[in-house]
Design a protein around this ligand. Structure first.
Ligand code: FES
Length: 102
């Protein structure tokens, strides 16, 4: 599985930023001095977190119908979603990040 580099210089914390890496649509989120990468598609009805999402207290919130997901694991923290969203490993490299995308 390859690691894909991505720049983070202009990204704000606690905002789901869209990135396309390895042909996958992801969001990058900075929260409490760490970065997280999750798929940019809510498991409930498919809304994009980058368009209809927010970050609150360590959770990725889908504004379409209110589902919430754990930033670290992608697990559902609030329905109506019932399935988790995929997460991706992130590592810091110099002034940027790399994301492991299968
Ligand atoms: S599409 Fe995200 S909560 Fe319904």
């Amino acid at each position: 599985m390859p690691w894909y580099p991505t720049a983070i210089a202009a990204l704000s914390p606690a905002v789901p930023h869209p990135v396309t890496l390895g042909g996958r649509s992801l969001v990058l989120v900075a929260w409490e001095d760490a970065w997280y990468a999750l798929e940019d598609r809510c498991s409930h009805a498919g809304c994009a977190f980058s368009e209809d999402g927010a970050v609150e207290d360590g959770r990725l919130v889908c504004d379409c119908h209110g589902s919430e997901f754990d930033l670290r694991s992608g697990a559902v923290r609030r329905p109506p979603a019932r399935a988790s969203v995929e997460t991706f490993e992130v590592r810091s490299i110099g002034s940027g990040l790399e994301v492991l995308v299968p």
